[in-house]
Ligand binder design. Sequence first.
Ligand SMILES: NC(=O)C1=CN([C@@H]2O[C@H](COP(=O)(O)OP(=O)(O)OC[C@H]3O[C@@H](n4cnc5c(N)ncnc54)[C@H](O)[C@@H]3O)[C@@H](O)[C@H]2O)C=CC1
Ligand SMILES: CC(=O)C(C)=O
Length: 258
Amino acid sequence: MKKVAFVTGAGQGIGKAIALRLANDGFAVAVADYNAETAHAVADEINHAHGKGSAIAVTVDVADRERVFAAVEEARTKLQGFDVIVNNAGVAPSTPIESITEAVVDKVYNINVKGVIWGIQAAVNAFKAEKHGGKIINACSQAGHVGNPELAVYSSSKFAVRGLTQTAARDLAPLGITVNGYCPGIVKTPMWAEIDRQVSEAAGKQPGYGTEQFAKRITLGRLSEPEDVAACVSYLAGPDSDYMTGQSLLIDGGMVFN
Ligand SMILES: NC(=O)C1=CN([C@@H]2O[C@H](COP(=O)(O)OP(=O)(O)OC[C@H]3O[C@@H](n4cnc5c(N)ncnc54)[C@H](O)[C@@H]3O)[C@@H](O)[C@H]2O)C=CC1
Ligand SMILES: CC(=O)C(C)=O
């Protein structure tokens, strides 16, 4: 029987790369996203293009607690098990301090922070129903290790995810559940393209300027591909990370040294 992984925000970008990688690792994958079209496209790619792959698409807004519980239960029932959740969905609007509104704080925290809490809770329910432990993996960021310019709301939400990851690791260890996070640097996805556009525009520069500014800090001298991140998540989802919990691993090409 295949192990089952549930990946949120898996319709594009890093989440898509994670879904494809875990399918390749032998997991049956629930491709969860609030964009039904992209979720179905990724699930189809796994089922058809990858031959041995097995996936379903699940439409869910991670900010909606009830829907998250229902989506996890749907995946557990349809895929006949539940072993790993990757709480990957996130949003990252540019928010220079003086521009911050209540609406943008609510939106970012509802998705990036509450969405992770609901995912953790729903996964615990599913692990209990399956009568075994499991692995919870949360999307953090280098911006959760060091405050990023013009990304105060986003950066603080990722600091919160790092705190949640440590705390949940302590609370859930007695249930045989590990909780870890991954902290990418600058990854070539639609999210990064939009941050670059907003930061460049705010500086009165052409697109690409924001990337240049951030990229100066990358020791390895290149931006990350989504697959770089998926490789780390593959490790966190597999047995080689069994003796690791509460960690938020930097995969940032050496942007931030703590
Ligand atoms: N791209 C980057 O440079 C970095 C990204 N990250 C984190 O990695 C994760 C993935 O980022 P990307 O792939 O770059 O983003 P992206 O914007 O390219 O893709 C995000 C996916 O999440 C989905 N999504 C957004 N809100 C949702 C919601 N409420 N419910 C369900 N699905 C939702 C979107 O439909 C989309 O498919 C995020 O948590 C992000 O904060 C962390 C560090 C760097
Ligand atoms: C978007 C993000 O998390 C970055 C640039 O680290």
